[in-house]
Design a protein around this ligand. Structure first.
Ligand code: FAD
Length: 440
């Protein structure tokens, strides 16, 4: 019998864009307990939805019926250091996974900007980092175990129940509850990070080449400035010299400049928009000139304490220049004062049906607004531009797309829906967001 938390418990996501009080919360600690929780939900006529760390900006994790809290379903359950294949329980947080892998001389091949998410939540929404030769987290999966609506624990991989594999690797939480995930990891490596400002136009004009000039390239553009803050991370062997930021530098970077002082500046910008220009110029200059090297998981991910709202789309590589120039024009024409930077990344193409990088090398353009600012007009304008460039929205970040207008941008959209119809004909795992993006 699963440990059932008492009745309703109010939940809200990190970005404070979604809140719900589920009918009940359950904390299963094993695959069998997940199956039992699904059966109980079915018997009570309730939907069921697992949550990760609530870091999706969209309502994808909203669980009005039974919410599954997977805190007790965590840890490394199998490690093969010779092949790098490891199995993680579904609720494992990425930072815990990285620490556990490190003890075995292993690491994730690539990660996004933060690592507080659960492995399942990150994979299920298409979470990605940057790197022209590297895919998102779902591409690192080799197998999963899925608890299904009809009470099975189904192994799925390229060789077992293989027809489900391209859907189950990135399932939006719509197909069932992941119980464990087998990941192809790589030997521990060091990342050397080189961060410095460059003229924006030079970076935009050359982005398709420039994005491949180091292993992991990205840049930030603070609106109202002409600077791109570039970050180029190069992969080195595990025994390469490490020069992590010292305690004082780390405090300056992460606590003062990255979070504490930045929060104060964003608040000032929100109350007095006239100051934003100066704030962005200051942020561009002080926040970004450094060279450090450390184990990969300590370089890929940083802490984000200043809350914001975000929309991110993938577009073809050569769309970055036109999109950012158009966005610049729209921001200035509307007189918006935007403190948060626009972030640009790139990944390899993949063959995961609902991956934003399906079938094409992709750039990612993310626009953010500070939580106290009204994000709606800016994000809507950015979305309009990104849509016109054949964009696909990140499943975990704000967007307004529906099943009807997502179908044409995903060649296997209907194949995914067919898998959903087969695995969840009664829509036990649905919620309003999934009804919108996949159809009811
Ligand atoms: C500050 C911040 C920084 C971010 N940086 C990045 C970034 O660099 N790159 C990027 O791509 N994204 C980024 N994101 C988005 C984030 O990675 C995704 O939204 C991710 O899904 C969050 O993971 P989570 O554990 O919080 O999942 P949740 O938001 O809690 O859940 C997401 C989905 O996963 C499903 N799910 C959870 N567990 C299971 C399970 N066991 N079985 C089946 N489905 C499950 C949920 O039901 C839901 O549908 C960022 C978000 C924030 C707030």
């Amino acid at each position: 019998m699963a440990a059932t938390a008492t009745g309703a418990r109010a939940w809200q996501n990190w970005a404070r864009t979604e809140r719900v009080t589920p009918v009940r919360v359950e904390r299963p600690a094993s695959g069998d307990e997940v199956v039992a929780a699904i059966a109980r939900a079915g018997a009570d006529g309730l939907t069921v939805k697992p949550i990760g760390s609530g870091h999706s900006f969209t309502g994808i994790a909203v669980a009005p019926g039974v919410q599954l809290d997977l805190t007790d379903l965590a840890g490394l359950t199998r490690v093969d250091a010779s092949t790098g294949l490891v199995t993680l329980a579904a609720g494992t947080r990425l930072h815990d996974a990285s620490a556990l892998l490190h003890e075995h001389g292993l690491a994730f091949e690539n990660l996004g900007d933060i690592d507080v998410q659960s492995i399942s939540g990150a994979v299920s929404t298409g979470t990605h980092g940057t790197g022209r030769a590297f895919g998102g987290l779902a591409t690192q999966l080799r197998a999963v175990t899925l608890a299904t609506a009809d009470g099975r624990l189904l192994p799925i991989s390229a060789t077992e129940n293989a027809e489900l594999w391209p859907a189950a690797r990135l399932g939006l939480g719509a197909l069932g509850v992941l119980v464990d995930l087998t990941v192809q990891t790589v030997p521990t490596f060091v990342l050397a990070a080189d961060e410095h400002p460059e003229p924006l136009d030079a970076v935009l004009d050359d982005w398709p080449n420039r994005s491949a000039q180091a292993d992991h390239v990205e840049f930030y553009w603070f609106p109202h400035t002409r600077l791109a803050l570039t970050r180029n991370n190069t992969r080195l062997p595990a025994d390469a010299p490490r020069t992590p930021p010292g305690r004082v530098q780390r405090w300056l970077d992460d606590e003062l400049l990255g979070n504490g002082l930045y929060e104060v500046l964003c608040r000032i910008g929100s109350i007095a928009p006239g100051t934003v220009l100066g704030i962005n110029r200051l942020a561009s200059r002080v926040a970004f000139t450094r060279q450090v090297a450390d184990y990969s998981h300590r370089i890929f991910a940083t802490e984000r304490k200043v809350r914001f709202r975000e929309l991110e789309y993938s577009v073809p590589l050569d769309a970055v220049g036109p999109v950012l120039r158009e966005l610049d024009r729209v921001i200035e024409a509307n007189g918006w004062r935007v403190t948060f930077p626009v972030e640009v990344r790139a990944t390899a193409p993949d063959d995961v049906w609902l991956s934003t990088a399906f079938g094409r090398p992709s750039s990612y353009i993310a626009v953010h607004r500070y939580i106290r600012d009204d994000h709606t007009p800016y994000l809507a304008a950015a979305e309009q531009i990104l849509r016109a460039h054949d964009g696909r929205p990140h499943w975990g970040k704000l967007h307004s797309r529906t099943a009807d207008d997502l179908r044409p941008v995903y060649p296997h959209f209907d194949d995914f829906v067919a898998v959903r119809d087969r695995l969840d004909p009664d829509r036990v795992f649905t919620n309003p967001y999934l009804d919108r993006v996949l159809g009811a």
